[in-house]
Design a protein around this ligand. Structure first.
Ligand SMILES: O=C(O)CCC(=O)C(=O)O
Length: 258
């Protein structure tokens, strides 16, 4: 095992966990340089979603997906075996595939929080189990967009997806009346620390009140064997996937297996 059992137990119980020093400072510096390049490269063949809801989405997140297909150094990290192995150990999967990578910049200025949501309702997958690694390029705290998680909420199952621009209050859902939002845990991170969270765990990120972009790489992994549910999604549209069949092939690479 690469991770201590205590980290795996924490993740299984709470639906998120902090992991330290999976990447070396030199690796993080290399990744940080590459993520800057892909975010500043307007020719890259990636989905830039700033036009959603008349540009208001930009106040929440400025994002690009599947940077690994455009930039070799991003590929080196998005397909990094240490990170994927951690995801495999935490999730208990027999193998881990990459769904997509996600450069997540929260811009300074009129920044909005990323509202409380689950990720899984947005993903075109039948089985839950997918999880994200959230890797900041620098220190993050409540002033520049660190995350919060509500422990145990991964056990709520799949709920209605939240509109990230005009958000519903997930805590007001009838099925969530038993959840106390004050149990949410704030997770400031130092450079070199990262979190993993289950796609079902309720999470939130603070607005960026600093003067610099908050720069994060999120990697979305799923257990080998997860089946495509046939619903539209920017990552899968036009890729010839067959509904109800497991994801496979080089677009969703199997990075590690037991
Ligand atoms: O980085 C953010 O602001 C939110 C990230 C998020 O929701 C996620 O990685 O699932």
């Amino acid at each position: 095992m690469q991770l201590p059992q205590s980290k795996i137990d924490f993740y299984q119980t709470n639906g998120f966990v902090q992991i330290d020093n999976l990447l070396t400072p030199a690796e993080l510096d290399e990744l940080s340089g590459a993520i800057d390049e892909v975010m500043l490269d307007s020719t890259a063949e990636v989905a830039l979603q700033t036009d959603k809801a008349g540009g208001n989405y930009y106040k929440v997140l400025n994002q690009r997906v599947n940077t690994w297909r455009d930039h070799g150094v991003m590929a080196k990290f998005s397909l990094n075996e240490k990170i994927a192995r951690a995801a495999m150990e935490l999730s208990g999967a027999s193998g881990i595939r990459l769904f997509h990578d996600h450069a997540l910049w929260k811009m300074p200025g009129d920044s909005k929080p990323t509202p409380w949501h689950q990720d899984f309702p947005y993903w075109p997958m039948h089985e839950p189990g997918a999880l994200s690694a959230w890797i900041p390029m620098h220190d993050v705290d409540e002033d520049n967009g660190c995350m919060m998680f509500v422990p145990g909420t991964q056990n709520k199952g799949k709920l209605t997806g939240i509109d990230l621009v005009n958000p519903q209050d997930i805590f007001a859902f009838e099925e969530n009346k038993d959840i106390n939002r004050n149990t949410a845990v704030k997770v400031p991170l130092k450079k070199g620390q990262m979190t993993f969270h289950n796609g079902l765990t309720f999470h939130y990120a603070h607005a960026n009140k600093s003067s610099q972009p908050r720069r994060v790489l999120a990697l979305i992994f799923f257990p080998d064997g997860t089946r495509f549910n046939g619903k539209p999604h920017v990552i899968t549209d036009g890729k010839g996937l067959v509904a109800d069949q497991p994801f496979k092939g080089g677009l969703f690479p199997l990075i590690v297996k037991r």
